[in-house]
Design a protein around this ligand. Structure first.
Ligand code: GLP
Length: 256
């Protein structure tokens, strides 16, 4: 796994944008997986800047949402489809019809999850952008999600609802359910780029990188993917780097 430790969010955004830009240039019809959250916002701002000032184009790109709340009005600003449009896709040349997300208003939501999952598998996401939750979740795969899980309806934990309450007026407004790409679905993407910033992410980053690979820490599955880039700020990396800023090696088993 490649680990990039950036001194601040601007450097993080720039390193991550380099990865996205190189990916878009590497193929005729790029398929991008898009996450939401505070850790990816600086990246989206940087991509918009490069689009405006340096002619970075998303015209050939298709984008798939990683997860989505269930129960918000279609025009609610925190519906992830709206968040991603506001922060990125609506500000670059990605055509609205090329942004895909599960129809969370569907009366047959389970079937809709299966349909969305099939679409993702067929499209083959080349670069999937991800964040990591304080409880080690990726997308909305909360602890004890199975490693082979597919896109499905999930119930959000109290920790996740409390963490995401900062984006709403009150905790009560935070939906209790969501649709998430499954861990098995996410693992099919060609390259996973995980972004984490802030001191609250130091513990889950440590567990994901150095703890056991276990379903109780969903992000630990990343260690089994052939191509993962972790982009961290120095606070999120605090528990896995030494005082020179170098990544500490995994502890080796003691010889008897
Ligand atoms: C939400 C999203 C996740 C994201 C997480 C981390 O829960 N559904 O996909 O990984 O937030 O976000 P942040 O970067 O804001 O901590």
């Amino acid at each position: 796994m490649e680990v990039i430790v950036a001194s601040d969010s601007d450097v993080m955004a720039s390193r991550a944008a380099d990865i996205v830009q190189a990916f878009l240039a590497s193929t005729h019809s790029p398929v991008l997986g898009l996450a939401t959250g505070a850790s990816v916002q600086p990246l989206y701002r940087e991509l918009v800047r490069r689009h405006r000032e340096e002619v970075l184009s998303f015209a050939a790109t298709r984008a798939f949402l990683l997860d989505e709340y269930v129960g918000l009005d279609p025009d609610h600003p925190q519906l992830y489809r709206n968040v991603v449009r506001t922060e990125l896709t609506g500000r670059v040349d990605l055509r609205p019809a090329r942004l895909f997300s599960p129809d969370v208003c569907s009366a047959e939501l389970e079937e809709e999850c299966a349909r969305y999952d099939r679409m993702i598998s067929r499209a083959r996401i080349g670069l999937q952008i991800l964040g990591i939750g304080r409880n080690g979740h990726i997308a909305f795969n909360e602890p004890d999600s199975t490693f082979d899980s597919r896109t499905r309806i999930v119930r959000l934990t109290a920790t996740t609802r409390a963490d995401n309450a900062r984006f709403f007026d009150t905790l009560d407004e935070v939906p209790r359910r969501a649709v998430t790409q499954g861990l098995g679905t996410i693992m099919e993407a060609g390259h996973l780029m995980v972004m984490a910033s802030g001191a609250a992410k130091a513990a889950p980053v440590l567990k994901a990188l150095r703890g056991p690979v276990t379903e109780s820490v969903p992000a630990s599955i990343l260690r089994t993917h052939p191509r993962v880039t972790l982009v961290l700020d120095s606070q999120a990396a605090d528990a896995v780097v030494n005082c020179d800023g170098a990544l500490m090696p995994s502890p080796t088993r003691q010889q008897p």
